[in-house]
Design a protein. Structure first.
Length: 196
C-alpha cells in the first residue's frame, strides 16, 4: 500500500491547522503561511467547491490515507443505514493504526502504522499486519514480546472514552461518536464533496 513520505509540515501548512497533532515550535510559527514560494502573498477567496475540497483533504491527511482508500470509506458510509457522518467517523476511528494511536501506544498515526505493518501487533493473540484492519468492539490489542520491552508502550496516557487501556493491552469498548473525536473538520462538507 502506498503512503505519503514527503515533508509532514507542508501538509499542515497547506491546511492552515496542525493536523499532525504534535507540538512543534517551528510549525506553530509558520502555520498561517501556506507552503511554496508564493505562500506569503496570501490566499484568494475560496469557492464552495474549494471549501469542500479543503475539508476533504484535511480529513484525508489527518488519517494518512490516499484518495482511493478514503473515497472507499466515504462510499461505504453512504451505503450503510443511519447517519453518514457518524458512520464515516466510526469507519476511520476503528482502523487498527488509529486505535493504537488513540490508546497512546504510538506518538503519531505514522508510528502506529509502522508498528502494525512490521508485525508487532496482536489482536486476540493473533498477529495482524494490516493498518486498515477494522477493529471490532471487545477485541484485545497487545504487542509481541520484543515490543513489550519498549518504553513507549509502557507509558500511561489519557485516552478517549471509546477505548480502554490496561498496561500494555487495550481494546475498543464501544463505537465512537462524533462529539468524542477531536478532529477540526466539517464532515458534512466532506460528504457533500463526494455527493456531487
Amino acid at each position: 500500500m502506498a503512503r505519503y513520505t514527503g515533508p509532514k509540515h507542508r501538509l499542515a501548512r497547506r491546511e492552515g491547522i496542525n493536523i499532525l497533532e504534535k507540538n512543534s515550535p517551528s510549525l506553530d510559527r509558520r502555520l498561517n503561511i501556506p507552503p511554496g514560494i508564493h505562500g506569503k502573498k496570501g490566499r484568494r477567496k475560496i469557492s464552495e467547491y474549494g471549501l469542500q475540497l479543503r475539508e476533504k483533504q484535511k480529513l484525508k491527511k489527518t488519517y494518512g490515507l490516499l484518495e482511493k482508500q478514503f473515497r472507499n470509506y466515504v462510499m461505504q458510509a453512504q451505503k450503510r443505514k443511519g447517519n453518514t457522518e457518524e458512520t464515516l467517523i466510526q469507519l476511520l476511528e476503528t482502523r487498527l493504526d488509529n486505535i493504537i494511536y488513540r490508546l497512546g501506544f504510538a506518538n503519531s498515526r505514522n508510528q502506529a502504522r509502522q508498528l502494525v505493518s512490521h508485525g508487532h501487533v496482536l489482536i486476540n493473540g493473533k498477529k495482524v499486519n494490516i493498518p486498515s484492519y477494522a477493529v471490532k468492539t471487545g477485541e484485545t490489542i497487545t504487542f509481541d514480546s520484543t515490543t513489550m520491552k519498549l518504553q513507549e508502550v509502557k507509558e500511561e496516557v489519557q485516552t478517549l472514552p471509546f477505548v480502554e487501556r490496561k498496561d500494555a493491552a487495550g481494546q475498543l469498548s464501544r463505537m465512537p461518536e462524533s462529539a468524542e473525536v477531536p478532529n477540526p473538520v466539517d464532515y458534512q462538507l466532506v460528504i457533500e464533496f463526494y455527493s456531487r
